[in-house]
Design a binder for this molecule. Structure first.
Ligand code: NAG
Ligand code: NAG
Length: 287
């Protein structure tokens, strides 16, 4: 019997690959450079973005869209070498005095010493919910995927699909949740040598400047875009099956990985910092 290969066998995978590239790769479409006077650049027809920092300025960008819930991925390759004193911040934030915010901040270090991944969550103006981690790989050697899942029940921070932190909606115990204010993605590379590395002991070595971080494969295809007071998710309720992320939780297998990260790589957790909360932990710490 002669093998039967239709044209579709050859063309279909190609079409799928082209489609994936088309929907995820054009940073010009999704991102605005906001500051840095030429230090932030979108390159390679929108496939790559770089931020840089020198002694005169850092740089930054933001998403064109605002979102109210989403599963948003970005691949980042952090400042290599002696990055002490530098901070690469990548976060979702709303505006105003009672703002919401979901933070990844990467605190640089001297060559060969680990970055600190600092995370925080602000709900209606209240933060002070830091958790910090070291990573299980060198985040400067290659791109890695940093993801924020934000749905009405929970926020999950993941690194290369491994969950590192979960912040649950704890409205029922009195902690405000991030459920009313649309947020934009922001990122910036800046100098914070007064506190970032070993509490400010290690200063930025400007002879190494410019410092550069790189971004690619921004993916907010699974997100509710907020525009003119309404959500893109409300206008297509029939596509419910594509919105599994809106009810996503951490299954048993991923929870095991979360425990592995928290056991081996977590270096600070506000929920176990007794000295800081002498009158008792914030309500969400009980969940
Ligand atoms: C830098 O390296 C030191 C020594 O390994 C470590 O204690 C610290 O957490 C690292 N990160 C920062 C941001 O200081
Ligand atoms: C939002 O409103 C503005 C002004 O009313 C209008 O120009 C724009 O087209 C609207 N955008 C969308 C996505 O509906």
């Amino acid at each position: 019997m002669a093998p039967k290969f239709s044209t579709a066998t050859f063309i279909l995978p190609f079409l799928i690959i082209s489609f994936i590239k088309a929907v995820s790769a054009n940073l010009h479409k999704d991102i605005d450079i906001t500051w840095g006077d030429g230090r932030a650049r979108i390159l390679n027809n929108g496939e790559l973005l770089t931020l840089s920092l020198d002694r005169y300025s850092g740089s930054g960008f933001q998403s064109k869209n605002e979102y109210l819930y989403g599963k948003i991925d970005m691949q980042i390759k952090l400042v290599p070498g002696n990055s002490a004193g530098t901070v690469t911040a990548y976060y979702l934030s709303s505006n105003g005095p009672t703002h919401d915010e979901i933070d990844f901040e990467f605190l640089g270090n001297i060559s060969g010493e680990p970055y600190t991944l600092h995370t925080n969550v602000y709900s209606q103006g209240k933060g002070d919910r830091e958790q910090q981690f070291h990573l299980w790989f060198d985040p400067t050697a290659d791109f890695h995927t940093y993801s924020i899942l934000w749905n009405p029940q929970r926020i999950i921070f993941s690194v290369d699909t491994i969950p590192i932190r979960e912040f649950k909606n704890s409205v029922f115990v009195g902690a405000a949740y991030l459920n009313r204010q649309p947020m934009r993605i922001y990122s910036s590379l800046w100098d914070a040598d007064d506190w970032a590395t070993r509490g400010g002991l290690v200063k930025t070595d400007w002879s190494q400047a410019p410092f550069t971080a790189a971004y690619r494969n921004f993916n907010a295809n699974n997100a509710c875009v907020w525009s003119n007071g309404s959500s893109s998710c409300d206008s297509s309720p029939t596509k419910g099956e594509k919105k599994g992320w809106l009810i996503e939780e951490i299954d048993a297998k991923r929870r095991e990985k979360l425990r592995w990260v928290q056991k081996n790589y977590m270096i600070y957790n506000y929920c176990s910092d007794v000295g800081r909360f002498p009158k008792g932990f914030p309500p969400e710490c009980a969940i």
